[in-house]
Write a protein that binds this ligand. Structure first.
Ligand SMILES: [Fe+2]
Ligand SMILES: [Fe+2]
Length: 505
């Protein structure tokens, strides 16, 4: 059999197929007359519907019927006698099924011996009764017709409910995609959600999501999530199937696997390969199809967001570096300050998002230095009082440059530029703010900036040894620096030194 034959064997079931191994339709017969049970059993002995046989359950009273229904909530159809232990036992049973047991799926047919016992119209309407039959008119063919109609209707209700549950899951998945902020997070979500859609555990499915970029003519798959990748390569059989789908440009829905195919407006081709230990049903295909469409769109959104964040980070570094270069300092300073600030923010209990904003904004702390004359900025040795006053203006100047931006990161940059020389004890500049009156981002960047400056060579000084830096931070704890932040740094020194090593000058 060729790959193609294997892929596109149609999922058809023929009459010859010995397919009756499927679970039976449960049909409950409720009647106090034994002969009715016997006749019903006889007439329906070889009955099947959609390759599924019938299993009859028998109750001789309404009370017995309730017990059976409680044990078997999946009964498709109940044929109920009206007069049993009481004159209206059958009608009471119908109310119990719909109201007390809250079973809306089961199809109900009323049967009665005398025409005078017919239920009132509102009972038929309100309790969703499928049919009302006089026992004398129920011939074999009428009984079978009734069964076909009832089971078909039950099947459709089940399909609708299954779809509804599936769509609710799709919506839940979409919501979590919207909240997903990185491609890494997105990838791990995909596997979990495919399993969730199919009602299985992650370990029970084989799943792979891949993108073929619009930029390439040939198939160059970029796998974004997978538990079928071996040594960074998809197994040959999976790859062959995906290739076939790419050529056909349409999703493949087989019993063995599903391969969703979607193109986005940017022209990228998206594939979602899913298989499980057992046959994939049509409803599985439909859910997976909706889901793979979602993946395609969510992927591009998240990728775009990542690109924007990357470019924002790059721009922030480039600006910060440009300033540092003017003051003959190294470009790595702003990267280290960004990463120290992020770590301090996370350890101080800030939300991931806020820590990320501080990280992106902190490289702008000295932006105001672009307006400081070169001879003052780059003066070796100490500034005189006038020069020092001009140097100090960089905080306010940086704030003025950034303050009018509506961009969240630049707004944060404005605060950081203005407050990164404030001190916990109120003796800093430009405003002399103290303690909590200094924005947490200002307090964080102040510590990150000084910690890094002390450890680096500058035009006016040599790098300090670590022991001396630690000593200063201890001394300035509660003076220059927020004591809580100083403690975080001192207690996590290894993590901060790892950052210093990662971004050398
Ligand atoms: Fe500064
Ligand atoms: Fe700095």
């Amino acid at each position: 059999m060729s790959q193609n034959d294997f892929l596109f064997t149609e999922e058809t079931s023929t009459a010859e197929e010995p397919a009756l191994a499927a679970s039976p339709w449960l049909v409950l017969v409720v009647d106090d007359d034994d002969s009715i049970h016997q006749i019903t059993t006889l007439v329906l002995s070889n009955f099947s519907f959609e390759q599924r046989p019938l299993q009859l359950l028998h109750a001789h009273s309404a009370t017995e019927a309730v017990t059976i229904i409680q044990q078997q909530p999946d009964i498709a159809l109940a044929i109920i006698d009206v007069v049993m232990e009481t004159q209206h036992a059958g009608l009471e049973l119908v109310k119990t099924i719909r109201q007390t047991l809250n079973n809306r799926r089961m199809r109900l047919v009323l049967r009665t011996g005398q025409p005078g016992e017919a239920p009132e119209e509102h009972v038929i309407r309100d309790y969703d009764i499928n049919d009302y039959k006089n026992k004398t008119e129920v011939t074999a063919i009428k009984l079978k017709t009734l069964l076909y109609a009832g089971l078909r209707s039950y099947r459709d209700i089940c399909i609708i409910e299954h779809h509804k549950a599936g769509l609710e899951k799709i919506i839940a998945c979409t919501t979590s995609f919207l909240q997903c902020s990185s491609l890494k997070q997105f990838a791990s979500l995909i596997l979990g959600q495919v399993a969730f859609l199919l009602g299985l555990e992650r370990e029970q499915i084989y799943c792979c999501a891949a993108i073929n970029s619009a930029a390439t003519d040939s198939l160059q798959l970029d796998v974004i999530a997978s538990n079928v990748v071996d040594n960074n390569a998809l197994p040959p059989d999976v790859l062959a199937k995906i290739l076939q789908v790419q050529q056909d440009k349409t999703s493949y829905c087989g019993e063995d696997c599903f391969i969703g195919y979607f193109t986005t407006h940017r022209g990228n081709e998206n594939f979602l390969y899913v298989s499980k230990g057992s046959k994939l049903e049509q409803t599985d295909h439909q859910l997976l199809s909706y889901f793979s469409h979602n993946i395609a769109i969510a992927y591009e959104n998240i990728r775009l967001r990542e690109l924007m964040r990357e470019s924002q980070r790059e721009l922030s570094y480039i600006l910060g570096e440009a300033v540092e270069k003017r003051s003959k300092e190294t470009g790595s300073h702003v990267k280290r300050v960004a990463n120290y600030s992020y770590l301090l923010a996370i350890k101080a209990g800030l939300a991931e998002y806020d820590a990320e904003v501080i990280k992106l904004a902190s490289p702008l702390h000295d932006l105001g230095k672009i307006a400081i004359p070169d001879h003052i900025l780059n003066k070796p040795g100490k500034h005189d009082a006038d020069e020092w006053a001009i140097m100090q203006q960089h905080a306010e100047l940086g704030y003025q440059i950034l303050q009018h931006s509506s961009n969240e990161i630049l707004q944060m940059g404005a605060i950081i530029a203005q407050q990164h020389h404030e001190k916990w004890n109120g003796k800093g500049y430009p405003q002399g703010l103290s303690a909590d009156n200094i924005h947490i981002a200002g307090r964080i960047t102040a510590l990150a900036d000084v910690f890094d400056a002390l450890g680096s060579d500058r035009c006016y000084k040599k790098a300090w040894p670590l022991a001396q830096i630690i000593e200063l931070i201890r001394t300035e704890r509660g003076q220059h620096f927020d004591p809580a932040l100083a403690d975080i740094l001192l207690n996590n020194l290894d993590a901060f030194l790892a950052i210093r090593d990662a971004y050398p000058d």
